[in-house]
Design a protein around this ligand. Structure first.
Ligand SMILES: Nc1ncnc2c1ncn2[C@@H]1O[C@H](COP(=O)(O)OP(=O)(O)OP(=O)(O)O)[C@@H](O)[C@H]1O
Length: 262
């Protein structure tokens, strides 16, 4: 579904992504992990055609950069990390923007479009918020509304940049389980950045570890979430143990912080 070979991105004077290779098959969930500034959001933006790149980046066999907006929107739904939201728009109308690629030019939304949006809002616990102004929402509510817009798009590839950062534990689980159910039921392909390494290992079937713009590890959660790789690239002291389902659980190890006296 997504195939990258030697993808590099230059922003200003800096190369922030260097020679990244990637393969995400249909129905797969790839989590892009890595320390702050590693290039995770930039990789997602390259897939979305928002930033230019060199190298080959194919989405459903078409060059990502050459997709026309409407074709792209039918193929890829994107929830950015912190989008600017129109504060006076209602939650329902904002989520309805996800249906734009299906609404004819000079046409208007159909009953089906409104039903899809209503169902997505319900599934994200936002049914009671439909007529609320976006500007009046809490951070976590806003994040779910951005996700609602992406899900209303019903695209076969979901690209989610840190979809759970502002969410409480229950809503994190609800969102991730919903994405996983859609993936299993409809064969959605999912690419997401996630800072919580344990959560990334629990939900994704493949992880890509980026560090300083380079892909330093790519494989199953057990292959990537090792004490050596996480310790080295996040500059952290961690212990990794298998959880109840056998997937790795990453714990921080308390100890002396460098430069601090006991
Ligand atoms: N327009 C720009 N010009 C120059 N450098 C930029 C520009 N935009 C982003 N960068 C830099 O590119 C690097 C990668 O940024 P990116 O947002 O992809 O990182 P990230 O891995 O998603 O980080 P985080 O975990 O903090 O969200 C960062 O060092 C950032 O400062």
């Amino acid at each position: 579904m997504i195939r990258a070979a030697g993808v590099s991105v230059r922003l200003g004077e800096r190369e922030v992504l260097s020679e990244v290779d990637l393969l995400v098959s249909r129905g797969q969930w790839l989590a892009v992990i890595g320390p702050n500034g590693a290039g995770k959001s930039t990789l997602l933006k390259a897939i979305m055609g928002i930033v230019g790149h060199s190298g080959s980046l194919l989405v459903a066999d078409a060059p990502a950069a050459a997709l026309k907006p409407r074709a792209r929107a039918r193929l890829l739904a994107y929830a950015p990390q912190a989008p600017a939201l129109p504060p006076d728009m209602t939650v329902f109308d904002y989520a309805l923007l996800g249906r734009t690629p299906y609404i004819p030019y000079f046409g208007r939304d159909s009953r089906h479009d409104r039903d899809v949006v209503g169902a997505v809002l319900e599934r994200l616990d936002l049914g009671d918020f439909a007529s609320r102004r976006v500007g009046s929402l809490s951070g976590g509510e806003r994040q779910r509304v951005v996700l609602a817009r992406a899900l209303a798009q019903e695209a076969p590839i979901l690209v989610l940049d840190e979809p759970t950062t502002a969410l409480d534990l229950g809503h994190q689980q609800q969102v991730l389980e919903l994405v996983d159910r859609l993936r299993r039921a409809d064969g959605l392909t999912v690419v997401t950045t996630l800072h919580d390494l344990t959560v990334a290992g629990q939900y994704a079937d493949a992880l890509l570890l980026l560090a300083r713009g380079q892909a330093v590890a790519h494989g199953s959660p057990a292959q990537v979430l090792t004490e050596t790789l996480v310790g080295r690239h996040f500059d952290a002291q961690v212990k990794v143990e298998p959880g109840p389902d056998g997937r790795p659980v990453v714990h921080l190890v308390r100890g002396e912080v460098r430069g601090e006296r006991p």
